[in-house]
Design a binder for this molecule. Sequence first.
Ligand code: HEM
Length: 474
Amino acid sequence: WFQRPDPHLPPSPRRPLPIFGHLFYMSSDPRTQFKGWRKQCGDIYSLYMGKTLVVVLNGYDLIKEALVKKADVFSDRPPFFLDKTIGLEDHGVIFSSGALWKEQRSVSLSILRAFGMGKNLLADKIQEEVGCYTNYLASLKGKPTDIRVMTNISTSNVICSILIGHRFEYTDTEFQDLIKKLGALVCDQQNVSLVHFFMWLRHLPGDFFKAKKMSVNMNAIMDALSKFLVEKKRHIEDANDVCNLIDAYIIERNKKLKAGISTTLNDRNLLKIMIDLFGAGTETTSTTIYWCVLYMLHYPDVQNKVHQEIKSQIGTDRAPTIQDKSKLTYLNAVIMETQRLASIVPLSLTHLCSEEAALGKYVLPKGTYIMPNLDSVLHDKTIWGEDAMSFRAERFIDNNGKLEIPEQFIPFSIGRRMCLGEALAKMELFLFLSAMFQKFQFLPPSPSSVPELSYVSGIVITPKHYEVRMIERK
Ligand code: HEM
């Protein structure tokens, strides 16, 4: 409490409390709080979560310096308490580090590419799912409905078709329950930060910090996916016979073992990769769709313009395909503006400084947690102009009517740890939203009750639940 701040470390917005550091200063809406702290301290500042030093990075240049130019030291992850509770700490892709992460990431990426991520093969599969989804929306016959869970199930079906070669019906109550548990996991993260830094708190009676609820949800997801793993796992030699990620992973492992190459590919990492992709691939894409529909309720002119573009470039006799993507400039701009303004993963995922390293004018000790504040780039007035907090898709279109994507558009982060599913997410966003705006007009439950643009803060920023009417266009 009486120590002077270390001049080699970035400044803190407030003097840390003994033992707890800044934990009790954290607000339930870090987005607004972090903006204020940037104004006060500049682009880089220190927070203490208990004893752990967490350095928040703001602005494109500083985030690029850490995650791209100094990727060798800023690409590890700190341990994640929920992985500890399921006994899979430092496994899989999202929360692993070092050589194990490198191998798991490169194998997962090559499997996703083999399944057609970024190519037509997968686009056809997504389009089939989109067909089921829009039919389901049509069956609601314009009744005010919250589309969140069914959108989650639909985007989850895309990832599940890769993981286990299977899709689920929107009415499947067991799967609905699993999806709700995943949603709660993503939203409850904020409450649990205290437990993350003081693991012993989860042994206290009651569940004040929701840590027990989160462990139960995480275990339920793990149990469901390990059941699929046991069901689908089989002896497979022939690469032409691959039905899902499980097959592809096993073939890759066997290849390495046969060639006498030492490998981290094993059942535990496979299970964790399934959990990682299921978690990361479901909530993110569907939340972006959920935001986009909400923005369209607020900006009916934009919605009409999107529909007119689809009508003039593709018509209404067939569903848009991935080959149509380059024709729909305005829709692409609307999707990017949604991602920019909603900034759904505002603090990215935490990185770990693996060695002592210089950053800006400071020297950060080994073990420092790094929070890249993507919000600070996606909402930066010096990049996007004074109207950075308004929805204006035209900012992504140049004077010749072509798409213009500034390098500061980083909703998927940057550097070696940037989103593994970016190509898949972009395909999904285009195919879902183009089909939705082609087929329906989205309206608020009543003209006088447009749902608010308010959100719930978690790892992912989700709009508060809202209802919408989908009127089929003739
Ligand atoms: C709009 C949708 C999405 C957004 C905005 C998004 C955003 C992000 C962000 C910000 C990160 C953290 C990067 C970092 O630590 O620097 C990340 C990591 C990751 N994402 Fe996504 N993501 C999306 C969709 C997906 C999808 C569909 C998948 C599934 C295939 C996926 C899989 C992953 C994985 C596995 C990581 C961890 C990468 C690593 O640690 O090496 N994401 N994503």
